[in-house]
Write a protein that binds this ligand. Structure first.
Ligand code: PBG
Ligand code: ZN
Length: 326
C-alpha cells in the first residue's frame, strides 16, 4: 500500500511526539488555591477533596513552606470562619484568617510569592449567599460596597491580586475605582467573568463551609445554557478594568474559554474547580485510572481551548511527582 500521508509517522516514539507536540503543560502557568481557617490546631483534609486541606491560620506559614520549596509561588486564598452574620462583618476585619495569612506570607516571601485572594461574601454571610440580602432578594448595590471594602482590606494587607467571584453587576468597576482612589494602582484584578451556576462547586462548599442556607446561586451566577451571555460579561469586565478574565468551571466550558481567547485582549484564566478535581480523584480511587495521564489530559484540554493560566488543586501533585517535567 502506498500512502502519501501517514500521520502515524509523527507518533512513532516519544521523542518525535515531544518534538511536534503543540503545547506543554507548564506549572508556571498555574495557581494553587488554599483554604485558611481561623479555627483548629491541625490541618484538616477535605473529605470530598483528597489531598486538599483546611489550614489553621497560625500554622499556615509553616505548612506552606513545603509547597513553596516545591515550587508553588502563585496562590489563591479562601477564608473559613465560624462567626458569620448578615453583613459579612468578618470579610474586611483585620483578624480575618485571609488577611493574617497575606500579611505573614508577604512578610516572609515578598515578591517571591504572588498572592491572590477570592473576593466574595459567601464565606462570611450567615445566609451563605455571595451578596447581602434585602427582602427576599440578593441585593446588588449594597453588596458592591462590602465587596469594595473587602478588596481594599486584602490589598492593604498586601495582596498582589484580587479575584471577585460574587457575580454582582458592576463589581469590577466599583472595586477598581476604590483601589485607584486609595492609590493602589498596581493591584491586579482577576475577574471571575463567566462564572456559571455549577454543581461542580460542591466540594469547595464543603471546604469553605459556604453552602447557601436557602435557594441557590442562579440569580447571580450564569446559566449553563448560555454562551453569548459570557461575551456580555467579558465586555463589561474589560470596560470596568479587569486585568485577567476568568472562565469557571473549566472542563464543561471549553467553548467559552475559546471564545474568550478570541475576543479578549487580556489574559484568560480558567478555574479547574473542586468538583473537577474530585472527579479525577474518585476515578483514580475507584478504577485505578492513571492519575498523571488524567490530569495531563484535562489540563492540556484547558490550555488547548485557549487558557493562558489555570487555577488548579492538582498543582501540588504535579510538582511533587514531576508530572510536567518530561
Ligand atoms: C465563592 C467561590 C466559589 C468558588 C470559588 N469562589 C464557590 C461558589 O461560588 O459557590 C468555587 C471554586 C471551586 O469549586 O473550586 N463564591
Ligand atoms: Zn460567593
Amino acid at each position: 500500500m502506498e500512502l502519501i500521508n501517514r500521520p502515524r509517522r509523527l507518533r512513532r516514539n516519544g521523542i518525535i511526539r515531544d518534538l511536534v507536540a503543540e503545547l506543554r503543560v507548564n506549572p508556571k502557568k498555574m495557581i494553587m488555591p488554599y483554604f485558611v481557617s481561623e479555627k483548629g490546631t491541625n490541618r484538616i483534609e477535605i473529605g470530598s477533596m483528597p489531598g486538599i486541606y483546611r489550614d489553621p491560620e497560625d500554622q499556615f506559614l509553616e505548612l506552606f513552606k513545603t509547597d513553596f520549596d516545591l515550587g508553588i509561588n502563585k496562590i489563591m486564598l479562601f477564608g473559613v470562619v465560624s462567626t458569620k452574620d448578615d453583613k459579612a462583618s468578618l470579610a474586611d476585619n483585620p483578624s480575618n484568617p485571609v488577611m493574617r495569612a497575606i500579611e505573614q506570607l508577604k512578610n516572609e516571601y515578598g515578591d517571591r510569592l504572588f498572592v491572590a485572594t477570592d473576593i466574595c461574601l459567601c464565606e462570611y454571610t450567615d445566609s451563605g449567599h455571595c451578596g447581602l440580602i434585602k427582602g427576599d432578594r440578593i441585593d446588588n448595590d449594597s453588596t458592591l460596597e462590602r465587596l469594595a471594602e473587602m478588596a481594599l482590606a486584602h490589598v492593604r494587607a498586601g495582596a498582589d491580586c484580587i479575584g471577585p467571584s460574587d457575580m454582582m453587576d458592576g463589581r469590577i468597576g466599583m472595586i477598581r475605582e476604590t483601589l485607584e482612589e486609595a492609590d493602589f494602582k498596581d493591584t491586579i484584578i482577576m475577574a471571575y467573568t463567566a462564572k456559571y451556576a455549577s454543581s461542580y462547586y460542591g466540594p469547595f462548599r464543603d471546604a469553605a463551609e459556604s453552602y447557601p442556607q436557602f435557594g441557590d446561586r442562579k440569580s447571580y451566577q450564569m446559566d449553563f445554557r448560555n454562551r453569548r451571555e459570557a461575551l456580555k460579561e467579558l465586555q463589561l469586565d474589560l470596560e470596568e478594568g479587569a486585568d485577567i478574565v476568568m472562565v469557571k468551571p473549566a472542563l464543561a466550558y471549553l467553548d467559552v474559554i475559546r471564545d474568550f481567547r478570541e475576543q479578549s485582549p487580556e489574559p484568560v484564566a480558567a478555574y479547574n474547580v473542586s468538583g473537577e478535581y474530585s472527579m479525577v480523584k474518585l476515578m483514580v480511587r475507584e478504577t485505578l485510572a492513571p492519575e498523571k495521564e488524567l490530569v495531563m489530559e484535562n489540563l492540556s484540554a484547558i490550555f488547548r481551548a485557549g487558557a493562558d493560566l489555570i487555577l488548579t488543586y492538582h498543582l501540588r501533585d504535579i510538582l511533587k511527582n514531576r508530572w510536567a517535567d518530561e
